[in-house]
Write a protein that binds this ligand. Structure first.
Ligand SMILES: NC(=O)c1ccc[n+]([C@@H]2O[C@H](COP(=O)([O-])OP(=O)(O)OC[C@H]3O[C@@H](n4cnc5c(N)ncnc54)[C@H](OP(=O)(O)O)[C@@H]3O)[C@@H](O)[C@H]2O)c1
Length: 353
């Protein structure tokens, strides 16, 4: 009887093992096939270096845009900085010349333009292209107007949509006909500075989140539309980053308190703009579509990636193995958010918010 049991258990274990091996092989072959299929175009050519490339960076005078410019210049790139304020643009150029060793001033040009103005933006992109063909267009200019939705003014709602959404649409629309003319062996990239707020709720950042979802949505469509032209598209999704913008979002009010609890905002864990820039440029060189910059961002990407997988087999297998834990962790977030809402926003306190 004891021997029978032993044989029985061994056979059962062998069956489970063969099932796991066969399942693993099927899964691996499927992911390999899916990755090959999604790479089946000339866009598999990646940048090996930014040496000699031309990056146009909207919002390049501050924060993340400035850091991207600095790191690209350090690699030998040419840079066009776009922003509204001339003095801040000039100050950024001078600061870059101090920070980047041996940088020639002829490697940077400035365009003082409001990206929500379609004509001025189109002209700026065409002038930048005439200076040097654009290799990487970084749609980074953005604004945030925190507050409860009904308290954000119509002017602010309009501005957020015009600057964050149309301010990305206009430069891309102007650059695409020019980029498409380039030889297929010359890959180009379009980068959208979206956010974790483009994958998740963002308490107090209602219209901001809507604009970040819009940027990611546009990136998702253009990713496939532009594949035949060897133009790669990237959506960068950082969490909170230590820049003037996050200072704008840090409300010293009760709404700020709730927003920090809901959005799990921890000043000590904020990314630096240099870290976000490094992740962005590494992702651009590798051709990564969804670029995340923090562990929370990686979890969010697993939950929000949708039906179009990343090109790398290893990334897909890694994300598949984490999909169930990520889904389970999302219940923890839900519980936390429900608790925050129920305890911090009780009817008696609502008047003080
Ligand atoms: N900071 C964060 O926590 C965070 C997190 C995730 C994603 N992001 C995204 O990253 C991007 C950059 O953010 P940041 O934190 O680096 O911001 P930032 O330091 O405030 O810089 C914003 C830049 O955009 C420019 N800008 C704003 N409105 C413009 C307009 N209408 N036309 C042209 N330029 C304009 C600003 O210059 P002027 O004012 O002179 O025009 C400045 O150069 C934004 O799209 C933001 O949504 C930020």
């Amino acid at each position: 009887m004891g021997t029978m049991d032993f044989h029985h258990i061994v056979r059962l274990l062998l069956n489970i093992l063969s099932f796991l091996v066969a399942g693993g092989l099927v899964l691996y072959s499927y992911v390999r096939w899916a990755c090959r299929a999604s790479r089946g175009s000339p866009s598999a050519v990646f940048f090996t270096s930014l040496q000699g490339k031309h990056l146009v960076i909207t919002g390049g005078s501050s924060g993340i845009g400035y850091s991207i410019a600095k790191q690209a210049l350090e690699e030998g790139a040419y840079v066009t900085l776009v922003a509204r304020n001339c003095e801040r643009l000039q100050a950024a150029k001078e600061s870059l010349q101090r920070e980047v060793l041996g940088l020639l001033s002829s490697k940077i040009i400035l365009k003082a333009v409001d990206v929500s103005d379609s004509e001025a933006t189109t002209a700026a992109i065409q002038e930048a292209y005439a200076w040097r063909p654009i290799d990487v267009l970084v749609c980074n200019a953005g604004v945030v107007f925190p507050g409860h939705f009904d308290e954000v003014s119509i002017t602010q709602l309009d501005d957020a949509m015009k600057i964050n959404v149309m301010g990305s649409v206009y430069p891309v629309h102007a650059a695409l006909p020019l980029m498409k003319q380039r030889n297929l062996s010359n890959p180009c990239s379009i980068v959208f500075l979206s956010s974790i707020a483009g994958m998740n709720q963002c308490y107090g950042g209602n219209i901001y989140a809507a604009t970040k979802y819009a940027q990611k949505g546009l990136a998702e469509v253009l990713r496939w539309e532009l594949m035949p032209y060897n133009i790669r598209v990237h959506a960068v999704c950082p969490g909170f980053v230590d820049t003037p913008m996050s200072a704008d979002a840090e409300l010293p009010t009760r709404l700020g308190e709730i927003a920090r609890a809901m959005n799990q905002y921890d000043k000590k864990k904020m990314d630096t703009s240099d870290h976000v820039a490094a992740c962005t440029l590494a992702g651009v060189k590798k051709g990564t579509f969804l670029i995340t910059t923090s562990s929370r961002g990686h979890w969010m990407a697993i939950l929000a990636r949708g039906p179009t997988p990343e090109g790398s087999i290893a990334t897909n297998l890694w994300e598949l193995s984490l999909a169930i834990p990520a889904r389970l962790l999302s219940f923890k977030d839900r519980t936390l958010m429900t608790n925050v809402m129920m305890t911090m926003v009780t009817p008696s306190k609502q008047k003080t918010i």
